[in-house]
Design a protein around this ligand. Structure first.
Ligand code: NAD
Length: 263
């Protein structure tokens, strides 16, 4: 079925690797104009080259630290200069430091707040005026299954992603009348660099190997395997597409059945 996304401009943040990169690829495959950003120039150049080779779409890339308001603004301005507007905003970010309450200090809290919640607020504030004028727009936030069931040793993620969920729900109510939808995709355990890092931390705690931890993680999922980043990306694509025109204010978990609750 037609996604209705061909020719739309899509800004995907934190997209040189992992889930963000897979999301950028999914939109490129639909014939969208894609802008990617992250902190490391070389990673961005490599990712942009890969996307160009696979999909014949030349993504705009911008160096952007999502903790910095000035970087967010310059990224947005670069996208506007190149493409004229942002039709779809996908708010992804790097994962915050792992840790229990006693491991995390005031500075960690501030950094995680800026990275996870404030970056979403800042980018939404930038893209919305034009979306309202066009009477069309899509905002999709990548959160985590931690919004359904907090994960041990990830108190920053558990706390701040709940904030993103509340923000998205409130915002969705305010902008629905302009044909703008705001939704969240909550990935379960997905095979990326981030999951590898978390497996290394957990392996140290438990005195085992990260391979063993990844195997245990897969076994805890009804589908008996970890997700591929492209399986998260396809749900983001769906939410941005015309197939999801009446879906707003919701969180879709993509977790192979990991969360056992009804909601
Ligand atoms: P990843 O580590 O593979 O990729 C993260 C991307 O974010 C990279 O491109 C990195 O350069 C970029 N990035 C990091 N900090 C940044 C910053 N300050 N500014 C701009 N870019 C920055 O991670 P991933 O697994 O793709 O995870 C993406 C998001 O999804 C994270 O927030 C993660 O916590 C969340 N998540 C991941 C999983 C999982 O199992 N992989 C599960 C649930 C939620």
């Amino acid at each position: 079925m037609e996604s209705g996304l061909k020719g739309k401009t899509v800004l995907v943040t934190a997209s040189s690797k992992g889930i963000g990169k897979a999301v950028a690829e999914a939109f490129a495959a639909e014939g969208c104009q894609v802008a990617i950003c992250s902190r490391t120039r070389d990673d961005l150049i490599n990712t942009a080259k890969e996307i160009k080779a696979k999909y014949d779409v030349d993504p705009l890339w911008c160096v952007c630290d999502l903790n910095k308001q000035s970087d967010i603004e310059s990224t947005y301005n670069a996208v506007i200069k190149e493409y004229g507007s942002v039709d779809v905003l996908v708010n992804n970010c790097g994962g915050p430091s792992p840790g229990y309450f006693t491991d995390i200090d005031e500075n960690d809290w501030n950094l995680a707040y800026e990275q996870i919640l404030l970056s979403v607020v800042r980018l939404s504030r930038l893209v919305l005026p034009d979306m309202i004028k066009k009477n069309w727009g899509r905002i999709v936030n990548i959160t985590s299954i931690s919004v359904k069931q907090p994960i041990d040793n990830l108190i920053l993620s558990n706390s701040l992603r709940a904030g993103v969920t509340g923000f998205a729900k409130s915002l969705s109510n305010e902008v629905a009348k302009y044909n703008i939808t705001v939704n969240n995709v909550a990935p379960g355990m997905t095979l990326t660099h981030r999951l590898y890092e978390l497996a290394v931390v957990r392996a140290k705690e438990q005195g085992t190997s990260h391979e063993e931890i990844l195997t245990q993680m897969a076994k805890s999922i009804p589908m008996n395997r970890l997700a591929g980043p492209e399986e998260i990306a396809s749900v983001v694509l769906f939410l941005a597409s015309k197939l999801a025109s009446y879906v707003t204010g919701t969180t879709i978990q993509v977790d192979g059945g990991y969360i056992k609750g009804l909601f």
